[in-house]
Write a protein that binds this ligand. Sequence first.
Ligand SMILES: [Zn+2]
Length: 773
Amino acid sequence: MAADPLTLTGDKFRQLDAELPTPNTYRTASGAPGHQYWQQQADYNIKVSLDDATQRLSGQERIRYQNNSPDTLRYLWLLLDANKFRQDSMANRMKTTSVPREGDKANRIDMRSFRSSVEGQRHPGGIELTKVALANGKALNYTVVDTLMRIDLPTPLKSGDDVEFDIHWNYQIHEQKVLGGRSGYEYFERDENRLYEVAQWFPRMAAYSDANGWHNKPFLRHGEFTLEFGDYEVAITVPEDFVVAATGTLENPKQVLTKAQRKRLEQAKDADKPVYIITLEEALENEKRRGKGTKTWKFKADKVRDFAWAGSRKFLWDAQGYQKGATDTLAMSFYPEEATPLWDKYSTASIIHTIDVYNDYSFDYPYPVAISVNGPVGGMEYPMITFNGPRPEINEEDRSDRTWSRRTKYGLITVIIHEIGHIYYPMIVNSDERQWAWMDEGLNTFVQYLAEQRWEEDYPSRGGEPRHITSYMKSSNQVPIMTNSESILQFGPNAYSKPATALNILRETILGRELFDFAFREYAQRWKYKRPMPADFFRTMEDASGTDLDWFWRGWFYSTDHVDISIDDVRHYTVNTQDPDVESQWKRQQHHDKPESITSQRNSEVARFIDGKPELHDFYNEHDQFTATNADRNKYHKDLAKLEPFEQELLKEKHNVYLLDFSNLGGLVMPILLKLSYDDGSFEELYLPAEIWVKNSKQVTKMLLRPPHKLLTQVEVDPYWQTADVDTQNNHYPRQISQSRLQLFKQKKKKNLMQKYAEPLKTEDANSTEGDQ
Ligand SMILES: [Zn+2]
């Protein structure tokens, strides 16, 4: 029979081969890097200075770019992410506004977003390039294309060769709370200080890979970035009373730290709780200072794919060492007094907890420091350093009076776990968020969920728990996870919680913890310091678990189907013995068990015509319709003799036979998890694999055989809500009555115009006229 293409495309178990790239010597069919896998190397030597008075950043860098690809490169692409803040950037010009014409929100716009538009018009954003030249001084031709720059090489860069060149640049740092973004400064009016979070700040080599060539998509909004690994030496010159936190090891502590600070740092390494390097009192003193000079902080970082830093007079600083396996790191937090006492309590502890858990599921944290900085950015990651936003509420009348909501507390721990987790994914497992947001946000949110659940019981995780994703899963405003970052609708659920939940379901419900953890760790080990693509993840998880998961990737990552499995019907059978004496008895019983007709009930007292008239009785009054006859018995014995012994045995089978009818209303094929309850009060759990849907993905019937004394009373699908089934009402047979609360409310009375007009004017000026404004 010829294959019908329509049937083929509807096959939920069709292998993914057509969707995945063909394996090659760089990336194998097993999902591992191939024997000829290569990646480029970009090493940086950077000198940068920050002018706090003008908030201008000026830098000079020498880049050594090593071409490990088999290709000859005639030009190089670099990222100039700060150009996103240019007036004419693609990011600015593509922005849209939504001001509804009708309804509650008609003709309204949020103040913050309007302020951002107004100030965005005034901000002189964008990078000014003052020198682009080879190390020998020869100027290079270059072309700026939005947030990218192409440098044309005078001689093509051959495979295996390297090139060194210099770039000098400067740009205006923006106020983050006004223009947003993943870096910027925050201004503190009370003490007239700024706190800078500096990221995506220097011209950085774009990635060049076997899978994508140059990764030269512009920086628009959602898709963050990927870069090449390399070694960095960075000298940061700031006002002399600034404290700097940065990617890497501080190389000149004697020049920038006091003796006391250096001693405390030493103590912190083996401490069992965070040690203050700068205390609250010291930070409050420091923020008043206005030294005239500058200091240069020198950092070194090896095998990182980026470099970020933060600086301010305002920082408190605490630190605690953490050693486990190959990890030997210093967890550190930098925060202004506005973040105390919440940050002292939770920030460094959250860093250590994150590393402790992520090491179990990935690889040992390899870097010497792991930093959490509190500043204007809500949450963002860079190698070894993260920016995290939540702060307590301050009572301005009494600044020592500080409170925080449950949301703020767990928001802080959550964002630190998330951002420190990103140092693993994608800062070490180097996926490209500008292409595939889920590869770092989704995988990271999944491990974040594991870490949150190990922080405390019932931790309020936002992603990962199947029951929390159901309303998104059934919404129509969505696209598959396998969608480019900028085209995604509902970014949060799509890139974070849905993939995280899918992986949690894969772990708890499809593969089990042992198989899943082995495979996931294998992926992390294979791809650390390398650049995985989606297929490398899908293939590795199958390769290492020995499980065909194409149906799972197809359903959860390539479609917008949701899970909704319904138990529609349950039929109970016992085997027909074919023995007329037994079966006539059974049929008679069935007949009597049916409800008596209403007419018959009401006629029960009525006298009948043949009552007391035996002459009107005959054979049929003595023998009902179910009567077994010798003819029946003879036929039975004759038929029985024709049967094989095993067939005769089957007729004596006393088992209860149940047929369970299921329908798949959501489209997503998933295992059917069953809880079966029996009339003796016992219950049993049953796992029917997703492959049950392989021939018919819409309806299946499952037969269960149970011993004669096991009578089924109730069937429940997915009793622990493991599969993100969007409608649990159809998960019970028989159906159950749902429970809820009815909220009663009163209509509010509004004042009329006369009442409002008569209201006296509240004012501090007693002389003002009343009611006549
Ligand atoms: Zn993230």
